[in-house]
Design a protein around this ligand. Structure first.
Ligand code: 5AD
Ligand code: SF4
Length: 484
């Protein structure tokens, strides 16, 4: 580093507050001036593009990351020619990683034409030392790498990149505390995610999440309710409470609020009309929670309950802590106590040692449980997880063939489930408008989608729609009335 730059960097660092989030607001201000100076020099506004891979947790983190970049002064665009491209990566399955490598190569080519371009990589994949090593060796044009535990530091890391003029890597192996009150940029306006907890303690034997997202930590109920209130004041009507295993909410806290009680507290926030949550674990879904969903009109009648396998033997090898029978009993109880509920699931095909008989047990559960939708995945071997070294890895051909059979069963069952609502008039939230076709897409309480002719002005509103024609996993409908 040149001497004057070294002095400047040292002075900026020495004046930085030590507390969070104050420290990050300070670096946001510093980066604001750095950006303004650059914009003056090149004579145009600088742009950013945040690309999210993976789950709702990442989508939520990306709102914070975009919020920080907007506060610095970057203008948001939707393409990767932007002056700053940030990839928030996923590593839950191998193909997620392969896709990211391909796309980083493409970003490198774009950077040759725009030397001011900054390439930032963060998220789950960056928690894996092999991935960081590969990027450091083979993709030398990357500017900043950080992981899942320090996303709040984005502004400070961008500052370090500017003053050091070289790749900055800052990956933590565990979280310190939870940093509250960072800027956020809400993608939709009328709906938003709220993290209620981070990490996972379950160690399902196939899953990398506990290694890359760390141990369970819950946010305080007061902070969660305050966030819901703030969102409602800004026009949000639907919130989704997010955690890897929401049933564990509050376990490491002293205020003794259970997840069911938290749902209730959030439902008391004025302006919040709908509450969703992701993801409960079948092993410890409580009666208290089922009852809260049943009686609370604001809680959506949709339970996403990952099955993973229908074979009790495979479930044991997966370390899931329930059997086929217990899972089916639980689904029966949910359907009995919550009329009209939709149960959806995740299923993995080709787990090590899965036999044809095991697979048929999975199909049996699909048929008996009557899922409204199922997300199906081919087992992907994740280095470092117990399943990676298990005997009897299933060949691609066998897994692929089972996967097709599973899909056709799921398609049939979910179409039958969806069909049950035909002819009814139900409340939907208008989520997307296609101007060319004059069609609005709304989401029912039970998560089904319905397309219907409507004005764009209804976007973000709750309306009632008559479900005319079931097209498998969505409906065509007609607008009945707007809801006040
Ligand atoms: N291979 C395939 N699918 C996986 N999932 C998690 N880990 C793996 C893996 N190694 C699936 C599970 C989980 C969903 C988010 O991703 O079904 O519920
Ligand atoms: Fe992974 Fe299991 Fe935790 Fe879900 S509950 S994140 S599948 S370890």
């Amino acid at each position: 580093m040149e001497q004057s730059m070294e002095h400047y960097a040292e002075r900026v660092r020495s004046l930085a507050p030590t507390e969070e989030p104050e420290r990050q607001y300070y670096f946001i201000d510093v980066m604001k001036s750095v950006l303004a100076e650059k914009e003056n020099r090149i004579g145009r506004k600088l742009t950013m593009n945040v690309v999210t891979f993976g789950c709702q947790m990442n989508a939520k983190d990306s709102e914070t990351l975009s919020g920080i970049l907007s506060a610095i002064g970057y203008e948001e665009t939707d393409n990767e020619e932007a002056d700053l491209v940030l990839y928030n990566t996923c590593t839950v399955r191998e193909n997620a990683n392969t896709r990211v490598y391909g796309r980083i190569g493409y970003l490198g080519n774009l950077k040759k034409k725009n030397p001011e371009k900054r390439i930032i990589l963060c998220g789950c994949m960056m928690q894996e030392p092999q991935a960081v090593e590969k990027i450091r060796k083979s993709y030398r044009f990357v500017d900043v790498i950080f992981g899942t535990h320090n996303i709040f530091k984005l502004a400070e890391l961008l500052f370090e990149r500017e003053v050091q003029g070289a790749l900055v890597i800052d990956v933590w192996d565990k979280a310190t505390g939870i940093v509250e009150d960072l800027p956020r940029r809400n993608k939709y306006g009328f709906k938003a995610g709220i993290n209620i907890m981070y990490g996972c303690n379950n160690f399902c034997s196939y899953c990398i999440v506990p290694y890359v997202r760390g141990r369970e930590r819950s946010r305080s109920a007061a902070d969660i309710v305050a966030e819901a209130r703030h969102l409602a004041d800004n026009g949000v009507r639907e919130v989704m409470l997010l955690g890897q295993n929401v049933n564990s909410y509050g376990k490491n806290m002293t205020d003794g609020v259970s997840f069911a009680q938290l749902l209730h507290m959030v439902s008391e926030v004025e302006g919040i009309r709908r509450i969703r949550f992701m993801t409960p674990h079948p092993k410890d879904l409580s009666d208290e929670l089922i009852d809260e969903i049943a009686v609370n009109p604001k809680v959506c009648k949709h339970v996403h309950l990952p099955l993973q396998s229908g074979s009790s033997r495979v479930l044991r090898a997966m370390n899931r802590h329930y059997t086929k029978e217990r899972y089916l009993e639980l689904v029966d109880k949910i359907k009995e106590r919550i009329p009209g509920v939709a149960v959806t699931t995740d299923i993995i095909v080709g787990f090590p040692g899965e036999t044809e008989e095991d697979f048929l047990e999975t199909i049996d559960v699909v048929r008996k449980a009557g899922f409204m939708a199922a997300y199906t995945f081919l087992y992907s071997k994740r280095t470092g997880t117990p399943a990676a070294s298990m005997e009897g890895q299933v060949s691609d051909e066998v897994a692929g063939e089972r996967f097709k059979r599973l899909l056709s069963n799921v398609g049939e069952v979910s179409a039958r489930e969806a069909e049950r609502f035909s002819g009814r008039t139900l409340e939907v939230l208008c989520e997307e408008y296609k101007p060319g076709e004059g069609l609005m897409t709304g989401r029912l309480d039970n998560n089904l989608l319905v397309h219907f002719p409507a004005e764009e002005a209804l976007w973000g509103e709750l309306v009632t729609v008559r479900l005319e024609e079931c097209k498998g996993f969505y409906y065509l409908g007609t607008l009945c009335s707007t809801v006040v």
